[in-house]
Structure formats: C-alpha cells, structure tokens
Write a protein that binds this ligand. Structure first.
Ligand SMILES: [Cu+2]
Length: 136
C-alpha cells in the first residue's frame, strides 16, 4: 500500500516539474501584455496616411503597442469606453499628441513621426501605457 502511495507521489511531483516550463511561458506572455489591454499592431497605409485605431477600456489601451514608419503622416483614431477613466485621454509626449475621446466616438489626431525609436503613450495619470515603435 505504501508503495502505491509512493508511486502516486512521484507521479505528482513529476507532473509539477513538467508543468513549470509551461507556467513560465504563460507568465512571460502575461508580462508582455501587462502594458495595457494588450496586442501589438501595425498601422495601415490609407491614402498616404498611416492609420491606427487605439481603444481605451478599463484595462488599458488596445493595442498597447504599434509600429509606424518614419516620415509618413500618422492618423490616430482614438476611442474610449465610458468607464475608461483617465484612459479616455491619450498622450504621446514626444510628438505633442494629447487627445481626449468623447464617449463612443473616434477622435482623429494626426502627426508625422520624424525620428526612429520607441516612444511611450500614456493616459493623463501615467497608469495606462503603450509603446509606439517608429521604424525607417
Ligand atoms: Cu490613468
């Protein structure tokens, strides 16, 4: 009887050890999206303008990361949920973007990224965050 318990215990421990890499994988995945509501996106070129939609919910911005090309005008279409709090505001300090979405409406804001790099966007209280990557 004791042997059987021992085998069950060993199987149980082996199960935990086998599960660790899976758990770690999931943890790093969650870490990547902790910036905001999640998701990465690439702007779509529409009539010579790079369009990107950003939506704020109570859990952050979606996408929380996007990529645009340098030197081509970017049109942000920003919208927010009613209860997104200070997330209804979107600020990209490096490009002078500061926009507030009124309920249920997309607010457009346009700027041209003139330098490469990774630039933060955030709410007015710096709680919701995202990253805009500008590539050549
Ligand atoms: Cu905030």
């Amino acid at each position: 009887m004791a042997k059987i318990l021992q085998i069950i215990l060993l199987l149980f421990i082996f199960g935990i050890v086998a599960a660790i890499p899976i758990m770690l994988n999931n943890a790093s995945f969650t870490g990547a999206s902790s910036l905001g509501a999640g998701g990465a996106s690439t702007a779509q070129l529409v009539n010579g303008v790079q369009e990107i939609k950003i939506h704020a919910s109570t859990s952050g911005y979606s996408p929380s990361a996007f990529t645009v090309k340098k030197g081509i005008p970017v049109k942000l279409l920003f919208s927010a949920d009613k209860y997104a709090g200070c997330g209804t505001q979107l600020i990209i300090p490096d490009f002078g973007v500061n926009v507030i979405a009124s309920e249920g409406q997309e607010v457009p804001v346009q700027f041209t990224p003139n330098q490469e790099g990774v630039f933060a966007y955030r709410c007015s209280m710096n709680m919701f965050k995202g990253k805009m990557t500008v590539v050549a």
